[in-house]
Ligand binder design. Structure first.
Ligand SMILES: Nc1ncnc2c1ncn2[C@@H]1O[C@H](COP(=O)(O)OP(=O)(O)OP(=O)(O)O)[C@@H](O)[C@H]1O
Length: 253
């Protein structure tokens, strides 16, 4: 479903070049919930933003949902991105639009009739349990409700993939659990492939099938959570990195 082949991304920082992602290859299967963890600055968010080419790679090939995004012309890339939803730590809702209008944003410039648009927005709001908030504004909602609206907006175009950048980092544990339930349902009910960048081990443990560990712009390892649940015993991503010997790091990098 998602295939990254030999992807690199660097940024100009002051006088030097910073290699944020370095020769990364990664395959994520259809229907998987895939976590990405690692220390701050490891390149997790950059990797996620490369998956929908919000960041253009310096080199390499990105294939999502059978489309090679790295070779598509701009118009085709915009179309392809409709099948890739994204949610963020700080929700990124439009503050002067109502909840209904926020969810309707991705449906603009698509072939939806007015009635089909209204139906689809209501359906998505119902799915996240917020149809009664349709006429409110983001400032009137709790953090968890804002993230539910962001999920509804991301689902509006029936995406095949949902990219989540620290989706619960701004939320308390109880609200986090509710959001993870919604994401699990999105995965199970609609078969959406989900990639979650998180520094919270509980998130990875409770929802992910596999987890990729990043360090210094490289992938250290990708492990299956099902088969090795004991590998992440506490709430500290550094723990995982410390378990790998220097030799293992080099051979995996
Ligand atoms: N737009 C940018 N311009 C310049 N440097 C950037 C840009 N985006 C990311 N970087 C740099 O690339 C490196 C990787 O950043 P990235 O945000 O991907 O890491 P991260 O693992 O997601 O970290 P965090 O957990 O702190 O969000 C960092 O050193 C960061 O400063």
């Amino acid at each position: 479903m998602i295939s990254l082949q030999n992807i690199s991304k660097s940024y100009q920082q002051h006088q030097s070049i910073l290699q944020a992602v370095h020769s990364v290859s990664l395959n994520i299967d259809k229907g998987e919930i895939h976590g990405v963890i690692g220390a701050s600055g490891a390149g997790k968010s950059t990797l996620l933003r490369l998956m929908n080419v919000l960041e253009t790679p310096d080199q390499g090939t990105i294939v999502v949902n059978n489309q090679t995004l790295t070779t598509l012309p701009n118009r085709k890339l915009r179309e392809a991105r409709r099948s890739i939803g994204m949610i963020f730590q700080h929700f990124n809702l439009v503050s002067n639009k109502t909840v209904f209008d926020n969810v309707a944003v991705p449906l603009e410039l698509t072939g939806y009739s007015k009635k089909a648009k209204v139906d689809r927005v209501n359906e998505c709001l119902k799915f996240v349990g917020l149809e009664h908030k349709a006429e409110q504004y983001p400032a009137q909602l709790s953090g968890g409700q804002k993230q539910r609206v962001a999920i509804a907006r991301a689902l509006a175009n029936r995406p095949a993939v949902l990219l989540c950048d620290e989706p619960t980092s701004a939320l308390d544990p109880q609200t986090t659990a509710g959001i993870l339930d919604v994401l699990k349902t999105v995965n199970q009910e609609f078969g959406v492939t989900i990639v979650i960048v998180s520094h919270e081990m509980d998130v990875v443990r409770s929802i992910c099938d596999k987890v990729t560990v990043m360090d210094g712009g490289k992938i250290l390892e990708t492990v299956s959570i099902e088969t090795e649940p004991y590998m992440i015993p506490d709430n500290d991503p550094k723990w995982f990195l410390e378990q790998l010997t220097e030799k293992e790091r080099n051979s995996n990098a």
